[in-house]
Design a protein around this ligand. Structure first.
Ligand code: MIC
Ligand code: SF4
Length: 753
């Protein structure tokens, strides 16, 4: 294990430290004296203090030393603005920034990219200069989606990565723990503080049998989402294992890991195997693969390791699935889907089919999808629906251009969009339907929350494999099942589509395409990072005020949100992505998608001081002006979805004190704590029902102590006051964040000492 092997082909000074990892593991092993699961091995081998760390799954807070940090442009702005206020001259750990979220799909790849570069110039300039200054690798717009680039270049078995995007977990396909975090967590690691994570529980998912025909790796996670629901993975790592694993390509494993975010899992891992080795070799990292083979014994679970929960999926029986609309866990096997469409009155025409995204844009995905399109073309027919393709990276785009799949998609009627997130995150200038017109779209993406793709709450979005997206786009209807139904060729003769085929890896190797990487320069001291005070896209962060030391009395419920409140409801993306570096401006989208229980409407709440009904951000600003703190009441899994810390920064900026829910999604809960907010949960979830939108509450902040409940007093508008017990997960150090006003203030304070 003494070898010096570089982590990647871009950095000369980042090496794989299997030696140190195995030493750490030996220490932990001698303490725990029990078999370890694979993800435990990865985490414990990255402990800051393997001797002293308390380790109890689901209980202890682990202090970890990740190998690297990755940020995408929409979250990097806030992360870097926070890092700048830490006053260091460079990042302490390898870090990269990726430009992928800010490119809007309009007419097609090249033109859209040009337009994005000009519209976002100020932000790209800021990121590129900040990266140069602080020694961060910068992937320019056009390079592709962060998670694809991490898999192709930086991921390696056994490593620990954090990224400011919930789908960072995608890299689990290469046998590592890759975890999505908010920007403030990333700043900790950039500033060389240990990174904290509640020791996850472990869900074992055993795969048996073998996939065939129309079933794709995506179906594993679509099925699993149906079993666990969107909150079933919260606080847990999914560990895939069993004989079925070896039949899945490395990129297919990445797809399963990617969508683990949709069930709330901290991350997902697959044991290191030959499929991963082959992928490493194909992406010019044979040495990394060889080194992993030396360390292979620690790149899988120990014999007899115990899981907290166990699920088995037989791949031989697994049907293709379609999940949605509006939530990724509404899983329906294709054989039952047509009936579900009828029963629920979902619009049956497929208006648009979209393939690509960080979930499904590998060479294999593109090849299989193209094989179906080719089959249709050979029968003289094309896509009936509008059909779009977003390649995951410049490397994928160049390779499928060289190998012909791209041309097939174009002949098929497809529009090839930029190598970027595009319609997946609402960067879509959609023109084929009017806003508000009920319609259906089918994608190979991972999320399908209301309004996410095109800003219209009437769009029914479904997620499925790229294979099914192509098949349904040919038929143009949700009633089509390619396993049983016939299509008509150009002469009206019936035929059935052949099941997809395609290479996992390109036989001629990957074509790197255009060079889109900017390495940090040698001389960084002279680089200037500018934020114009008059900018409407970037704003230097001002520290939040520390807690005033008092209990909050008689403060209003700003909104009692009913049902699903994802980060897309709390801080919408799409048109708002442009304000991700400007806290005051982006705060104008705070909770505008959340449904007010009082009237069943979005973005219409009553101001308790005036009685007027107004937009959520407007009322919050009015309270702030009047010096009134407020709380939000929310339902289950509040803050599900994105890692965007704006969903926590905005309520903090507009004067919120606490968010009180039935439960939280992991990243959002941490983001709230980091920004000095109080995430609290009902000890008895039924108490959610007792609260009314026009209640006032007392929050006894002085009661905040580790492991102790907080007793909130509720004053209904009419009726007697009552007490509700609230729980929290603050530890000692996190309580300091609240007291100091934020984690960043706490960091600044200890730097002064
Ligand atoms: C998403 O898929 O929701 C995003 C956009 O990639 C987010 C990050 C963001 O909001 O910037 C995520 O998944 O964390
Ligand atoms: Fe981009 Fe969509 Fe992936 Fe998020 S889920 S990183 S928006 S492609």
């Amino acid at each position: 294990l003494d070898r010096k092997v570089r982590q990647n082909n871009w950095e000369d000074n980042s090496f794989i430290n299997y030696k140190k990892m195995s030493e750490n593991l030996a220490i932990v092993r001698s303490r725990l004296n029990r078999p370890l699961t694979f993800s435990e091995k990865i985490l414990y081998s990255h402990l800051d203090d393997p001797h002293g760390q308390e380790i109890e799954r689901g209980k202890s807070y682990l202090k970890l030393r990740p190998d690297r940090v990755a940020c995408q442009d929409a979250t990097a702005q806030m992360a870097i603005l926070q890092f700048m206020s830490a006053g260091m001259d460079q990042v302490a750990n390898p870090t990269t920034v990726h430009c992928d979220h800010l490119i809007e799909a309009q007419v097609g790849g090249e033109k859209d990219l040009e337009r994005a570069i000009s519209i976002n110039k100020e932000v790209y300039d800021f990121l590129s200069s900040a990266c140069a200054k602080y020694n961060i690798g910068f992937w320019r717009p056009g390079s592709g989606i962060i998670h694809q680039i991490l898999l192709e270049n930086y991921a390696f078995p056994g490593s620990l990565l954090i990224g400011t995007d919930s789908h960072t977990v995608n890299a689990g396909g290469l046998g590592m723990c890759a975890i999505g975090v908010g920007g403030a967590d990333a700043v900790d690691v950039m500033a060389n503080l240990p990174w904290e994570l509640k020791a996850p529980k472990v869900i074992g998912v055993k795969l048996t049998g073998e996939m065939s025909g129309w079933t794709a790796p995506k179906d594993i996670i679509l099925k699993l989402a149906g079993i666990t629901t969107v909150k079933g993975g919260t606080g847990s790592i999914i560990e895939y294992h069993g004989p079925g694993v070896d039949s899945i390509s490395c990129t297919g494993m990445a797809t399963c890991a990617n969508m683990g975010a949709e069930i709330g899992a901290t991350t997902s891992v697959f044991p290191f195997n030959d499929r991963m080795y082959d992928y490493l070799a194909a992406t010019k990292r044979k040495e990394v693969g060889d080194f992993a083979r030396v360390y292979a014994q620690e790149l899988r679970a120990d014999e007899g390791a115990e899981y907290d929960q166990f699920i088995e999926i037989n791949l031989s029986e697994l049907e293709p699935h379609i999940n949605g609309p509006f939530t990724p866990d509404l899983a329906t096997p294709i054989s039952k889907f047509s009936q579900a469409v009828k029963d629920n009155n979902w619009p049956e025409e497929v208006k648009v089919g979209l393939i690509g995204s960080c979930t499904n844009s590998s060479y294999e995905d593109m090849s299989r999808a193209a094989s179906i399109a080719r089959d249709a073309l050979e029968h003289g027919i094309k896509a009936k629906s509008i059909f779009t393709v977003t390649p995951g990276s410049e490397q994928i785009r160049a390779t499928i251009e060289r190998d012909g799949q791209l041309k097939t998609f174009e002949e098929f009627g497809g529009i090839v969009l930029a190598n970027a997130c595009g319609p997946c995150i609402g960067q879509w200038d959609r023109r084929d339907v009017k806003k508000g017109e009920p319609n259906s779209i089918v994608s190979s993406y991972n999320r399908n929350f209301t309004g996410r793709n095109d800003g219209s709450s009437s769009t029914h979005a479904y997620v499925t494999s790229p294979d099914l997206v192509v098949a349904l786009s040919i038929a143009g209807t949700l009633h089509f099942n390619p396993l049983t139904d016939k299509l008509k060729d150009k002469d009206g003769k019936e035929f059935m589509l052949k099941p997809p085929t395609g290479d996992g890896l390109p036989t001629r190797g990957y074509d790197p395409g255009n060079d889109t990487y900017q390495a940090p320069p040698k001389d960084r001291a002279s680089v200037n990072v500018q934020v114009s005070p008059s900018s409407d896209r970037l704003q230097v962060l001002q520290p939040f005020q520390p807690w005033d030391g008092k209990d909050a009395k008689n403060i209003p419920v700003l909104i009692k949100a009913k049902g699903k409140t994802t980060t897309d409801h709390i801080s919408m993306a799409g048109p708002w992505l442009k304000y991700r570096g400007h806290l005051d401006n982006i705060s104008n989208n705070m909770l505008i998608g959340a449904i007010n229980e009082a009237n069943g409407e979005a973005n219409k709440i009553q101001n308790c001081t005036t009685g007027d009904w107004d937009a959520v951000p407007a009322v919050a600003r009015d309270y702030k002006k009047k010096g009134i703190k407020w709380v939000v009441v929310g339902d289950w899994n509040y803050g599900e979805g994105s890692s965007r810390e704006h969903a926590a920064l905005e309520p903090r900026h507009l004067g919120g004190l606490a968010i009180i829910t039935r439960s939280f999604a992991r990243i959002h809960e941490t983001n709230l704590k980091k920004q000095g907010m109080l995430p609290l949960t009902f000890a008895d979830p039924a108490d959610y029902e007792k609260m009314k939108p026009d209640d006032k509450v007392d929050i006894p902040c002085t009661q905040l102590a580790v492991g102790k409940p907080v007793n909130m007093v509720v004053h209904p508008k009419d009726g007697k006051s009552f007490t509700v017990e609230l729980q929290h997960t603050f530890n000692e150090a996190q309580i300091e964040w609240f007291k100091n006003g934020s984690a960043l203030n706490t960091m600044a304070k200890s730097a002064q000492r």
